[in-house]
Design a protein. Structure first.
Lengths: 417, 146
């Protein structure tokens, strides 16, 4: 880009991704810089788009439970639970209490693993690799418990339509209590670090500011919103499963920055330990599943779930057969990724990795198909055809002074010879 | 003599690069878990690098999506010879549950040559370590033959 007149500092556009050491997933960002300051930020998603929503329509409900679980490997239980919740509502199934309690226990154990994972990644992004190694070592405690309860470390496959697959035995409950005690001790240590360690506090404070009003207007969810003092949590606002019986307490913070997000996640860990203890102690006796019909009655349903990253939404439309007509997923990162541009306004380039990591992005959750409707567009369905994209792209390159028509002609002549 | 030294150091300390080709993150967190204290792949000299130009082994996870196909080829081309590819997880071995989806190509081996397959959904850290060590063992044997 040629330097603009009158500007002392030249603007530089830096492409980041799809492969980049700071990113754990393929996504690409374009950052416009003036010196070290970020002037503009744009994200390009879609590298992880696999077409799961369409694939769900071609498979039966039973198969879909396992397919939606593979939308995201970190919060797999959130997807399978919100899917089964939706199907159970359509089929008007009365899911046994014990099954709901087991779902909550697995869901909260998953939240522990996800938050500890985030803590490590955040430490890594600010050059505090000791924290990464510590928190990932402690994370193995909860991974062992999950493997013991469900048979797999990740992608548990414990949900079925109408309940859960495996029951909790006496020795499981003992192991859970023991693991929760250990982890609580460690989390207290991390809270101690986060509130006393000056280097960490200074590195994270004031970075990635998201004021309360912006968090509301951009529609942030989860810990990102709660760190901007938005008291929003589906477990409290629209309690699913048995959260209304467990007495959930919401964790918020008014730091509005990355430091606040760290405190919220650590606070949530403590709340999660309390929830798991309450669920284990009040675990009712009874069956763990009811028989579900193969064909699901006609209807539409909307299911909400508080994933570790925020609100996870599944919409299902059924047409009375054994396959859904439409499945729509809105994962929390899609709501939160908009806030990153606001957080990065006038920040240093060096803060970019931690600011992106602070929303705990999960792009495999986010890469769904979205149709954006332009109200002035003559095309009522808002669908762009392949030919339109082609002519648009040719026009765009011509306006930039690149014309391929000459080259094409030459190529065609060569091919004739 | 110099060749021998280079091969020896390559086998004793392979540098890896991890690339997510459209995975669900499950294999990715297991790869990172394999690098952290409980499993600690650095015992075998394995080190995670940030750029393909420094790496000997490309560790891929996930089915190859249409968007990532060209990028995967480019990353593979950027790696210096000799290079090896490890496919982690059922999806990267064969496409897994996503085989047949409209934006998924198939397994990694349809795009670039693969030296080791580690199946599992997700592949556990133990399996990943086993796969990497087996790959290194075959390299050692090849070296002896030469």
């Amino acid at each position: 880009m040629p330097p603009e007149k009158g500007l002392k500092m030249r603007k530089v556009v830096i492409p980041i991704g799809p492969q980049h050491p700071a990113l754990k997933e393929p996504e690409s960002f374009n950052v416009t810089l003036s010196g070290e300051r970020i002037m503009a930020f744009s994200a390009r998603l879609g590298y992880n788009h696999r077409g799961i929503e369409k694939a769900c329509e071609e498979r039966t409900y039973v198969q879909d439970v396992y397919l939606v679980e593979r939308i995201c490997g970190i919060c797999s239980h959130t997807h399978s639970t919100s899917f089964t919740q939706a199907v159970e509502e359509l089929a008007a199934l009365d899911v046994p209490k014990r099954a709901l309690y087991i779902r909550v226990i697995i869901g909260e154990l998953e939240r522990i693993h996800s938050h500890l994972l985030w803590l490590g990644i955040a430490g890594h992004e600010v050059g505090f690799d000791t924290l990464l190694m510590y928190s990932w070592r402690d994370r193995e405690v909860v991974m062992d418990i999950l493997a013991e309860l469900t048979g797999n470390r990740v992608n548990y496959g414990i949900n079925v339509i109408g309940g859960v697959k495996r029951d909790l035995e006496g020795h499981h409950i003992k192991d859970i209590s023991k693991a929760v005690d250990t982890l609580e001790e460690r989390t207290k240590y991390y809270i101690d670090i986060a509130t006393k360690e000056t280097t960490l506090i200074q590195r994270l404070s004031g970075v990635g500011k998201l004021p309360h009003e912006d968090a509301l207007s951009l529609g942030a969810t989860g810990p990102t919103a709660r760190a901007s003092n938005v008291a929003r949590d589906i477990r409290q606002d629209d309690p699913y499963a048995v959260y209304s019986e467990l007495g959930f307490r919401i964790v918020t913070d008014n730091h509005n920055d990355v430091y606040g997000r760290t405190l919220v996640r650590l606070g949530e860990l403590m709340e999660t330990y309390r929830l798991i203890r309450a669920a284990v102690n009040n675990l009712p006796e009874g069956p763990i599943a009811v028989k579900a019909p193969r064909k699901i009655p006609e209807g539409e349903v909307f299911s909400r779930y508080e994933a570790p990253r925020g609100e996870n939404v599944h919409y299902i439309k059924s047409n009375g057969t054994d396959k859904p007509e439409r499945v729509k997923v809105r994962a929390p990162t899609l709501a939160n990724v908009q806030t990153v541009a606001r957080m990065l306004e006038d920040e240093q380039l060096a803060d970019l990795p931690i600011v992106i990591a602070a929303i705990d992005p999960c792009f495999s959750c986010t890469d769904r198909m979205i149709t954006v409707k332009d109200p002035d567009d003559s095309n009522p369905r808002g669908i762009i055809k392949w030919d339109d994209i082609r002519s648009y792209s040719i026009g765009l390159y011509r306006s930039r002074g690149v014309d391929f028509s000459l080259l094409n002609k030459k190529l065609a002549e060569k091919l004739k010879c | 003599m110099l060749d021998k030294l280079i091969t020896w150091s390559r086998i004793k300390s392979p540098w890896i690069i991890h690339f997510n080709t459209g995975a669900c993150n499950a294999c990715d967190i297991e790869i990172v878990a394999a690098l952290t204290p409980r499993y600690d792949m650095e015992r075998f000299g394995v080190q995670l690098k940030g750029t393909p130009r420094h790496a000997d082994v490309l560790v891929c996870s996930g089915p190859v999506t249409k968007q990532i196909k060209d990028r995967l080829k480019r990353i593979y081309d950027q790696m210096p010879e000799p290079k090896f590819v490890v496919a982690v997880g059922s999806c990267s071995c064969s496409g897994g549950v996503f085989d047949g989806c409209y934006s998924v190509e198939s397994g990694i081996d349809a795009i670039i040559p693969v030296s080791a397959y580690i199946p599992g959904c997700p592949a556990s850290p133990q399996a990943i370590i086993d796969g990497v060590v087996k790959l290194l063992a075959t390299l050692e044997k090849k070296e002896e033959k030469r």
